[in-house]
Design a protein around this ligand. Structure first.
Ligand SMILES: Cc1cc2nc3c(=O)[nH]c(=O)nc-3n(C[C@H](O)[C@H](O)[C@H](O)COP(=O)(O)O)c2cc1C
Length: 307
C-alpha cells in the first residue's frame, strides 16, 4: 500500500478542512498546506494562522512555501522552522500567472541560477527535511528534467510531480510519458499527483510505476473524501454520508470564523465544487445557486435524506 498524501489547494484545504477531514475520515498520511509566501516583507497573518501548530495539533501537516530567490527561501524557511516544523515542501509547480510570472512556482524551474541557489539552501538547512512539488515546466518537460537531475545531488524526502505544464493550468490530460521520463531520471523518492478519482485510478498508477513512493491527491479527495480510506482498506465506501458529516462539521467551525450568511454561503458553495459526480445535476445546481441560507440548507437536506 502506498501512502496517500492530501495535496494543497489554496481556498479549499485550510486548517479547518484538514482537521475535519483527519478527524472524521482519515486514511491520509500527511496534509500539505497551501503555499505560504512572502508579502510586503512578511507572511500574511491568514497564512500564519493556517500553519500555526496550535491549529494543527492532531493533524499530520507539512507546510509548503513558495519563493523566487534564496532570500525569500531563507526568510520563509526560518519563519516556518521557528514554529517548530522540521519538514517543508517547496512549491515549484504553481501555474497562477501572479506567481509564475514573478519567478515563483512553475516559474522557478527555468531559472538555472536561482535553482542552484536553492539547492545550496537545501544543503545549508540539513536539519530540515525538504520535499519538492513540481510541474513539467512552463510549456514542456525540459525544465523539470533539468531540475530533477539537479535535485539528485541532494537527499530530499521526495519529489512530487504533477505531469502538466504551467501553460495547461488544469486543462487537457496529464502527460504520463513525461512523468515516465522523470521517473527514470529521479534518484530521490518520487510521488505521482494528478487526476486520480477512484481507487482503481490509483492502482493503475501503481502498476505503471511500481517504484513510486506515494500518491498525492487533491480534487479527487475533496470530491470523494473517503478515497484514501477506500484504497487503504480495499473496499468501497459510500462517500455521501461522509461528505455530509464533513459538511456539517465545517458549517459549525466556519460559523465561528466567518461573518454573516454571505461569507458562509460563498465558502460552503465551494465545498461542493468537486462532488458533482455524486449527485444529479438538478440537486447540485440547487445547492450552488441557492441565494440564501434557508434555500441552501434545504438543498443540502435533500442529499441528507437521500444518502
Ligand atoms: C484551486 C487550486 C488551488 C491549488 N493550490 C495549490 C497550492 O497552494 N500549492 C500547490 O502545490 N498546489 C496547489 N494546487 C495544485 C494541487 O495541489 C494539485 O497538484 C492539482 O490539483 C492536481 O492534483 P489533483 O488532480 O489530484 O487535484 C492547487 C490546485 C487548485 C485547483
Amino acid at each position: 500500500m502506498l501512502p496517500i498524501y492530501f495535496a494543497p489547494l489554496q481556498g479549499y484545504t485550510d486548517d479547518v478542512y484538514r482537521r475535519t477531514h483527519h478527524d472524521l475520515v482519515g486514511g491520509v498520511a500527511a496534509y500539505y498546506t497551501p503555499f505560504v509566501r512572502m508579502e510586503a516583507g512578511s507572511i500574511r497573518s491568514k497564512d500564519m494562522r493556517d500553519i500555526n501548530p496550535e491549529n494543527n495539533v492532531r493533524t499530520p501537516v507539512i507546510p509548503q512555501i513558495i519563493f523566487n530567490s534564496r532570500k525569500e527561501f531563507e526568510y520563509l524557511v526560518n519563519r516556518v522552522e521557528a514554529l517548530g516544523y522540521k519538514q517543508m515542501d517547496l512549491n515549484m509547480g504553481c501555474p497562477f500567472p501572479l506567481q509564475a510570472k514573478h519567478g515563483r512556482g512553475v516559474g522557478i524551474l527555468a531559472n538555472e541560477q536561482v535553482m542552484n541557489d536553492i539547492i545550496e539552501g537545501i544543503k545549508a538547512h540539513s536539519n530540515i527535511k525538504f520535499s519538492v512539488k513540481m510541474r513539467l515546466g512552463w510549456d514542456d518537460n525540459t525544465h523539470a528534467l533539468n531540475v530533477v537531475r539537479k535535485l539528485n545531488s541532494v537527499e530530499i524526502e521526495h519529489v512530487t510531480i504533477h505531469p502538466r505544464t504551467g501553460e495547461q493550468q488544469y486543462k487537457g490530460c496529464v502527460d504520463l510519458d513525461s512523468f515516465a521520463a522523470l521517473y527514470q531520471v529521479c534518484e530521490n523518492p518520487i510521488i505521482y499527483n494528478g487526476d486520480l478519482r477512484t481507487a482503481d485510478d490509483i492502482h493503475k498508477i501503481e502498476e505503471l510505476f511500481p517504484k513510486i513512493s506515494g500518491i498525492m491527491i487533491g480534487r479527487g479527495l475533496l470530491g470523494r473524501p473517503s478515497l484514501a480510506k477506500e484504497y487503504n482498506e480495499n473496499r468501497e465506501i459510500n462517500p455521501l454520508p461522509l461528505l455530509i458529516d464533513i459538511h456539517d462539521a465545517l458549517m459549525q467551525e466556519y460559523s465561528r470564523i466567518l461573518k454573516g450568511d454571505t461569507q458562509m454561503l460563498n465558502k460552503m458553495h465551494t465545498f461542493w465544487d468537486f462532488s458533482q459526480d455524486l449527485m444529479d445535476r438538478k440537486t447540485y445546481k440547487k445547492i450552488v445557486k441557492s441565494g440564501n441560507m434557508k434555500n441552501y440548507l434545504a438543498a443540502v437536506n435533500a442529499i441528507r435524506i437521500a444518502k
